[in-house]
Each structure stands twice: as C-alpha cells, then as structure tokens.
Design a protein around this ligand. Structure first.
Ligand SMILES: NC(=O)C1=CN([C@@H]2O[C@H](COP(=O)(O)OP(=O)(O)OC[C@H]3O[C@@H](n4cnc5c(N)ncnc54)[C@H](O)[C@@H]3O)[C@@H](O)[C@H]2O)C=CC1
Ligand SMILES: Nc1nc(=O)c2c([nH]1)NC[C@@H]1CN(c3ccc(C(=O)N[C@@H](CCC(=O)O)C(=O)O)cc3)C=[N+]21
Length: 348
C-alpha cells in the first residue's frame, strides 16, 4: 500500500530507530591502544617493555584472561612472560622479578588462596614492588586512590599513581559514553549521576565505587551482604569519598534510581531484574558471566556495554607504560621523552 504521509520519504524505514546502542569494548580499547603507542614511541625504551604475569591458581577465567592479555601485548610490541608457579614458590618468583631489571611490570592473578585466607593474597599484593605494580594493588597505590591523590611525588607531580585496571577501564568506558560531563570541573564530572555497582570486591567493586564517588557521583555499592552509599558528602564538598551503610535499602530499591548500572557478579544464575531498570539507563557488565538479560535489556537501556575485558587489557598496557615513565631509569632521556612524561595521561 502506498504511503499517504508526505513527510516520510520513499524508502525510509517504517519502524522507529532502535533506541539501545550496544557499545563494544573493542572500540574503546583501540582508541586507548593508539594513545599507548604514541606515548611509548616518545619514551624510546631500548628494548621491548616487559610484563611478567604469575599464574598460581587453576581458575579457567584467569588462564583465559592471561591468554588474551598475551595476545594483545605481543600485537602491541610488548613482551609478556606467563609464569605458572605453585603457591609455595610464588613469593620467591615475585622477589626475583622485582630484582630483574628486564622486567617492567608484574601481574599476579587473583584469587590464589581461598577467601577465608584472603590475608595471604594481600601479602602477595604487597610483595610486588611499588615500581612494578602494574595493577595498582600495592598499599601506596590503593591509599592514593581512596584518598583522591593522583601523584606519587608531590609537590613535583611528575609520577602518576597507578589505578587498578578493571575499575579504570570502566571509568574510561563511562568517559567514552560521555557520562562524564566535560562542562563540569575536573573531579566533579559525574556530579548529578546516580550509579549502582553490583560487586564490592577489594580488586574491583570497592575501588570502582570510590573512583566514581571521587568524581562526584552518588554511588550505590551492592554486594551479597547489602547496600552502601559512596558520595563526596552533601553538595560534593568533601575532598574524597565517604561511605555509609544503607541497611534499609536493597538492590530493588536502588535500581530504579540509577542512571548507570554496572554488573560484576561472578555467577551464571545472577541477572539484574530488567523490569526494575529505568527507561534509558546505561548498563555495563564486567563479570565473566552475563549479568544482564541481553535481549530484554536492549528494550530498556539507552546504552549497553556487554563486556569490558578488552579495555581492561588496554589499561594494563597503559599502566605498564606509565610505570616505565615513572621509573628513574628514564631520567636523562630526551626532551621529547620528558614532555611525553609530563603530558602523558594528564586526564586521570
Ligand atoms: N572484565 C574484566 O576486566 C574483569 C572481569 N572480572 C570478572 O568479574 C567478576 C568478579 O570478580 P571479582 O570481583 O574478583 O569477584 P569476587 O568473587 O571477589 O567478588 C564478587 C562480588 O560480587 C558480590 N556478589 C556475589 N553475588 C551477588 C549477588 N547475588 N548480589 C549482589 N552481589 C553479589 C560479592 O558479594 C562480591 O562483592 C568475575 O566474573 C571475574 O572473572 C574480574 C577482573 C577483571
Ligand atoms: N590480578 C588479577 N587481575 C585481573 O584482572 C583478573 C584476575 N586477577 N583474575 C581473573 C580475573 C578474570 N579476568 C577477566 C578479564 C578479562 C576478561 C575478558 O576479556 N572477557 C572478554 C570476553 C568475555 C566473554 O566473551 O565471555 C571481554 O570482556 O571482552 C574476562 C575475565 C581478569 N581477572
């Protein structure tokens, strides 16, 4: 039947445009890897930058992640030594890598010991030298993150502190999606946004909630035990985030309030209830399992990012280049290298 609506040109789609935009991690990762390459060329390291990665558990996700990291590292001109060790030899292996001048960064796959022996994982995190802590899990890096401090060497401010890879990957994804408002002042660019993070592990959900609150967001941090609220105080006046328990709230209460929902629950059966999400919400999944029901969430969300792993690996390389830039071995290099150091990654 011929159309009677003169405003619709011939051949135009009869259906409204799809509203949900699915953004793949690849797009964000490629942009970041290009930046890493340009910084790396300015540094002029006489050999390939080298990452040593220690696998001391039999977690298939860690192994899979290691394989992906190795592939990307090598494609980008980095060396990636995957070292499989038993738990008992791990400490010595890390000490040897700390002392090896050919190793620029050290990565250890967690968890290693069962959760009730979590202090042993913490001990290993502290065994990694600060100068080689590519995942930002040593105390000084964590302290700086939680205290909203960006440099290791105030007041000179030439050495950038390292942020944990997955939380920073999610921040970079939110910047790419323009959830960070560029009109607002640095440090307040998430002001007015409400974000739910479902995971409060020490390596992922808790640092992520703190970073987002330090940038001005109201963050509901949800884990198996309940809800906490992370903010910079009323009117974002505080210098760093504050945390309060919210015993009266559940995930079902905070989902309808949220502009952004970030899922990191490591089980197949957990799904964010789509019917509680706001129309036009932005959904990001970083779990190895799909925390959102894909077809349904696309009917509700304005933007859906189904996985983030590729961005995490790009951040890993970015952090490695930053460790090299921070290193005293870089002193006495060319003006270009110095400029690259000062200008590199000036936005976080
Ligand atoms: N894509 C990436 O870059 C990365 C992905 N991962 C993946 O992220 C996931 C989480 O890893 P981790 O944080 O190390 O795990 P974890 O086991 O240390 O922490 C899981 C968190 O989820 C919470 N949780 C579990 N069930 C829940 C439920 N039903 N409702 C609310 N909260 C619940 C727990 O309380 C805890 O806070 C895993 O699937 C892991 O493979 C981890 C690192 C990087
Ligand atoms: N110290 C430490 N740091 C880690 O970052 C760490 C760790 N230990 N232990 C193991 C977990 C697991 N993990 C993943 C990273 C990327 C993907 C990933 O790249 N996933 C793909 C595909 C997912 C899919 O297709 O199912 C993606 O997001 O595009 C998955 C899982 C990092 N981990």
């Amino acid at each position: 039947m011929a159309s009677t609506n003169a405003a619709v040109p011939q051949g135009a789609p009869a259906e409204p445009p799809k509203t949900c935009k699915v953004i793949l991690a690849d797009t964000i990762a490629k942009k970041m890897l290009a930046e890493v390459q340009s910084t790396l060329s300015a540094i002029q390291l006489p050999r390939r930058p080298t990452l040593s990665a220690f696998l001391a558990n039999d977690d298939p996700h860690a192994y899979q992640y290691a394989e992906w990291s190795k592939k990307t590292c090598e494609e980008q001109g980095f060396s990636f030594n995957l070292v499989k060790v038993d738990k008992e030899s791990l400490e010595e292996a890390i000490i040897a890598a700390n002392n090896d001048p050919e190793v620029d960064g050290i990565l250890v796959y967690y968890p290693i010991w069962p959760a009730n022996q979590g202090h042993q994982d913490r001990y290993i995190q502290e065994t990694v030298s600060l100068a080689k802590d590519v995942e930002g899990l040593c105390h000084t890096h964590l302290f700086n993150m939680y205290h909203n401090v960006r440099f290791l060497d105030p007041p000179t401010n030439l050495k950038k502190s390292i942020l944990p890879c997955t939380p920073l990957a999610i921040v970079k994804a939110l910047e790419h999606l323009q959830i960070y408002n560029p009109i607002l002042a640095y440090g307040n660019k998430l002001y007015g946004k409400t974000i739910t993070v479902i995971n409060r592990s020490e390596v992922n959900g808790r640092p992520l909630a703190a970073l987002l609150a330090n940038d001005g967001a109201t963050v509901y941090s949800v884990d198996i035990t309940g809800v906490q609220l992370f903010t910079r105080g009323s009117g974002i006046k505080a210098l760093r985030h504050q945390v309060v328990d919210k015993p009266d709230l559940t995930l079902s209460d905070v989902l309808p309030l949220s502009d952004v929902v970030i899922g990191g629950v490591p089980t197949e059966k957990f799904k964010v209830p789509t019917e509680l999400l706001r129309e036009g919400v932005v959904c990001i999944n970083f779990s190895s399992f799909r925390n959102f029901d894909g077809p349904a969430v696309k009917e509700k969300a304005s933007i859906y990012v189904p996985s983030i792993g590729k961005v995490t690996i790009a951040v890993l390389l970015r952090n490695l280049v930053r460790l090299i830039s921070n290193s005293p071995r870089q002193e006495g290099t060319s003006d270009d290298a110095q400029k690259a150091r000062e200008g590199a990654f000036k936005d976080d």
